[in-house]
Design a protein around this ligand. Sequence first.
Ligand code: NAG
Ligand code: NAG
Ligand code: NAG
Ligand code: NAG
Ligand code: NAG
Ligand code: NAG
Ligand code: NAG
Length: 295
Amino acid sequence: MFMITVILSIKILNSDDCPITEHTVIRYVAKTPGRTAKPENASDHRLALLVPYRERFEELLEFVPYIHNFINRQHISHDIFILNQVDGYRFNRASLINVGYLQVKSSYDYIAMHDVDLLPLNDNLSYAFPKQPYHLAAPNLHPRYHYAKFIGGILLINREQFNLVDGLSNNYWGWGLEDDEFFVRLKEANLNITRPENITTGINNTFRHIHGKERKRDTVKCHNQREVTRKRDRKTGLHNIKYEVTSWKNMTIDDVPFTIINIKLDCDFNKTPWCNCTAKSNTVTNKNKETKSLK
Ligand SMILES: *[C@@H]1O[C@H](CO)[C@@H](O)[C@H](O)[C@H]1NC(C)=O
Ligand SMILES: *[C@@H]1O[C@H](CO)[C@@H](O)[C@H](O)[C@H]1NC(C)=O
Ligand SMILES: *[C@@H]1O[C@H](CO)[C@@H](O)[C@H](O)[C@H]1NC(C)=O
Ligand SMILES: *[C@@H]1O[C@H](CO)[C@@H](O)[C@H](O)[C@H]1NC(C)=O
Ligand SMILES: *[C@@H]1O[C@H](CO)[C@@H](O)[C@H](O)[C@H]1NC(C)=O
Ligand SMILES: *[C@@H]1O[C@H](CO)[C@@H](O)[C@H](O)[C@H]1NC(C)=O
Ligand SMILES: *[C@@H]1O[C@H](CO)[C@@H](O)[C@H](O)[C@H]1NC(C)=O
């Protein structure tokens, strides 16, 4: 399956003068604002792909053209936003998504919170407008995470519902648990997480995880991070995130347009001192390899 997909992808990129088939890239005429042209027969819904990012250039080169072609085959209006964290603090995936959302919400009615290193392989995985939060990278399909409450990787949610739960917590500096906290937000708001059905390709052939094994995850815990980040956060979210957008860059990879938003997050050391663990005395290494669900 994987090899077939690679071959198809290569074919897609070179198929300009082939007759149009299911897997041919269709080059559309722009009809709506935004960087990517509206596909023929697309609905009026508009998807913003929000991709938290820092220093993963090789993955970006692969991700942008791949995901654009995948979503175009479904005739969905979309634009890709790479949320590039340019401050010196630890990576904060959740806050980057909050910022990306605030920046683009006026022009899109749903978002995909999307890892840069997870590529969908099965065309049955739908990026269509979700009535309820739609977890594409379901535990029975994701190559690596299989716990029932997992909602990371790729999650689609509409604007109304993302607003309703006040976005994501801003407390999660470093790797992990922010998605588990978001799960609790959705549950408390009585939203029903939905997932793909009747996917026959299983955990090995539904996604390709392009995360290099050599890349170390930032799983350090310092100060009171461990206690605080295991609890539902009722204080932070969209309404009080502090940040600065330093620039927007319109770019293309293999002719596919996307936008980089350079983001400087602000950290309040009194509230989340673990945004910078350089003070070694308080630092302990997290021995647990995988995250556990929030209690
Ligand atoms: C990027 O592209 C969008 C849509 O075409 C346009 O509105 C915006 O002005 C562009 N931004 C820059 C910095 O060129
Ligand atoms: C768009 O819809 C029309 C009418 O249903 C159909 O003939 C056409 O093939 C569709 N185009 C694409 C690209 O699916
Ligand atoms: C993190 O803390 C170290 C040590 O105090 C300091 O040198 C560094 O500038 C801090 N980083 C940021 C982004 O504040
Ligand atoms: C979620 O599902 C429950 C039980 O089926 C239902 O009562 C509730 O209305 C649903 N919530 C939404 C937002 O549709
Ligand atoms: C999945 O398969 C079941 C049984 O065939 C069917 O009832 C259901 O509608 C299918 N779901 C989707 C989303 O196609
Ligand atoms: C895609 O969905 C259809 C309809 O539910 C199903 O018959 C088919 O087995 C699915 N294909 C894969 C590769 O999951
Ligand atoms: C997935 O791949 C692994 C490693 O090749 C294999 O051990 C496992 O049985 C496969 N799982 C399924 C469900 O095919």
